[in-house]
Design a protein around this ligand. Structure first.
Ligand code: FAD
Ligand code: KPC
Length: 521
């Protein structure tokens, strides 16, 4: 390559990477960063186009299996959209939402400042993120280069020549296989006014926000991003109105758990318009959002706002490449693959978000690994199924397996263990509680969480679980694995709880385990 930063042979510290990545992001157009071993004459077994979760994990696995691999990415760092525009900012915002809910709930009590009427700056939190995100970027580059020994070309645009050849600048790279790991981007709205200043999605929010949003925020959509970002906006002290075509949070199937999650959001002031549709966004003379018109079952309503957040889902980053290679694609441009991750061209694989839902990190990483194994001759299949899931409201909401309703449709003898137990006060009981919940437990018991374990009373196997609170996510990822292996309530009763842990499933099971015909509790 005629102009490039050649980093091969230099040991870059994390601090040095931080400076290089920050400089490249700020200048917006510096040279490619090239880390290619000049002493390795082997042909590449694969070129991964895209070095996000799918590309990085696939490449690392392929190299671990003894292959030679090159990653090409347009960004000056590896790790992809998760640390740059997706999971990491989302978790930052959800942390802020949880913290602000705590501070607002106890405002003026104990050591808490009086903050009931305070509106927190969204712009400052986003600026915090923009400065801080290069830290994880630097770690990803350090880990990939120094610890995993990956070869890469970053900060570079590529063009596809054929299914074995990719060009960057004046340099052509050949490989036995290509792996498309190009990710996805938010679906854009085509309703009138969508290009006005003040209309954001999860990407443009962190890249472009340059003003302090006013006191009313409109969120379009009822899925994960819409609810998660909506709760954050609400927690900053702004009126937040969520407009959903159908239901909000449809992915949380357990009726009672969903009801608790929604009730808690409503108690924080979130407003929901279900079965409603954004019709137009009106702008002012400077091209900024001024108001929106929303069609509801009661007619059209108009709301003044300067900020609209679109949470409309994702579409594949596949347009050009699919066209050039003639790949089969489906809805929203998602590239069709078989269970080996092969596209319609056998030596071209596709992995991660570019192949469509579920759009989750574990799925992207596992698809990358699956492609790597197949390329290296270890026949491997992957299809995401029966996975645990989560999203944030002001709380962390986790679920796995069947909802109570699904379980009752499929099994004759379903048993439930839940907290709070059924009682005349509804949810107004200070259990489950657990870590980060103890102040709520003492003073606002209804806010201390909800959880439920769903069991087949005949086989005693665990069928499903939900948890609304904090800190159960870790447990759910292991629990799901065990459930797939046939975990029973008696197995759970044998485990050692780290009391007080966020979920009480172990001790609830132990209280019932002696009974061959145990009842709900
Ligand atoms: P990406 O990480 O997007 O990687 C694609 C790579 O391809 C990028 O590095 C990009 O620069 C590169 N690329 C694209 N086009 C080109 C091109 N033309 N030339 C060169 N390079 C190119 N999942 C979770 O599991 N947990 C979460 O909490 C979570 N939160 C999320 C929050 C939000 C707001 C969003 C949008 C998603 C979230 N996800 C979460 C999903 C998760 O981010 C994705 O599933 C994951 O990042 C997909 O990885 P990937 O490698 O397929 O794509
Ligand atoms: C926060 C963090 O770990 C960085 S985001 C992970 C990117 S990757 O490991 O490539 O999936």
């Amino acid at each position: 390559m005629t102009t490039a930063i050649d980093v091969w042979g230099d040991c870059f510290t994390i601090a040095k990477w931080q400076a290089v990545v920050a400089e490249a992001l700020e200048s917006g157009g510096s040279e490619p960063i090239v880390n290619i071993n000049p002493n390795d004459a082997r042909e590449f077994d694969a070129i991964f186009l895209g070095g996000g979760a799918a590309g990085r994990f696939g490449a690392a696995y392929l190299r671990a299996l003894g292959g030679r691999v090159l990653i090409i990415d347009r960004w000056p760092f590896l790790g992809g959209s998760c640390p740059h525009q997706a999971c990491v900012p989302h978790h930052l915002f959800s942390d802020c939402a949880a913290q602000l809910m705590l501070e607002r709930t106890f405002s003026g009590q104990l050591w808490f400042q009086q903050i009931e009427d305070k509106v927190v700056s969204i712009k400052s939190i986003i600026e915090f993120f923009r400065c801080g995100r290069v830290g994880p970027h630097a770690v990803m580059n350090y880990q990939s280069k120094e610890q995993l020994g990956l070869e890469f070309v970053l900060n570079a645009a590529f063009s596809i020549i054929d299914p074995h050849t990719v060009q960057v600048g004046d340099c052509k790279f050949h490989a036995k296989n290509l792996v498309l790991a190009l990710g996805a981007k938010p679906v854009l709205s085509d309703i009138p006014g969508s290009t006005l200043k003040g209309v954001f999605n999860s990407q443009s929010l962190v890249e472009n926000l340059d003003f302090e949003p006013g006191n009313t925020i409109i969120v379009i959509g009822g899925g994960k991003s819409a609810i998660e970002y909506g709760c954050f906006f609400n927690a900053t002290g702004r009126r937040t109105l969520v407009v959903a075509r159908h239901q909000v949070m449809p992915m949380l199937k357990d009726v009672e758990s969903r009801a608790y999650a929604i009730l808690m959001m409503e108690e924080q002031g979130m407003e929901f318009l279900e079965n409603a549709e954004l019709m137009t966004i009106q702008g002012d003379s400077q091209g900024k959002v001024k108001s929106v018109s929303i069609k509801t079952s009661d007619g059209i309503i108009n709301v003044d706002t300067d900020f609209v957040f679109m949470g409309l889902g994702e579409q594949a980053n596949s347009e050009q490449i699919a066209q050039i290679l003639g790949l089969e694609t489906g809805e929203r441009g998602f590239i069709k693959v078989n269970r080996h991750m092969q596209t319609s061209i056998p030596n071209v694989y596709a992995v991660g978000d570019v192949t469509g839902p579920p759009m989750e990190m574990f799925k992207a990483r596992k698809e990358g690994v699956c492609a790597a194994k197949n390329i290296m001759g270890q026949v491997s299949e992957y299809k995401a199924a029966d996975y645990p899931d989560f999203m944030h409201t002001h709380y962390e909401v986790c679920w796995l397996g069947l909802s109570e309703e699904e379980a009752r449709q499929r099994h004759a003898n379903v048993k439930i263990m839940k907290l709070p137990p059924d009682n005349p006060n509804g949810f107004d009981v200070g259990l489950p509680a657990g870590d980060r919940m103890m102040l709520y437990l003492m003073a606002k018991p209804r806010m201390s969480g909800f959880h439920k374990l769903i069991i087949d009373g005949d086989t005693r196997k665990i069928l499903g679980a939900t948890h609304i609170g904090y800190g159960a996510k870790d447990g759910f990822q292991y629990l799901n694995y065990l459930i797939k292996k046939g975990l029973t309530m008696d197995d759970l009763a044998e485990m050692d709880e780290l009391f007080i842990s966020p979920s009480y499933f172990i001790q609830l099971c132990r209280l019932r385990a002696g009974d061959p015909h145990f009842k709900d509790m």
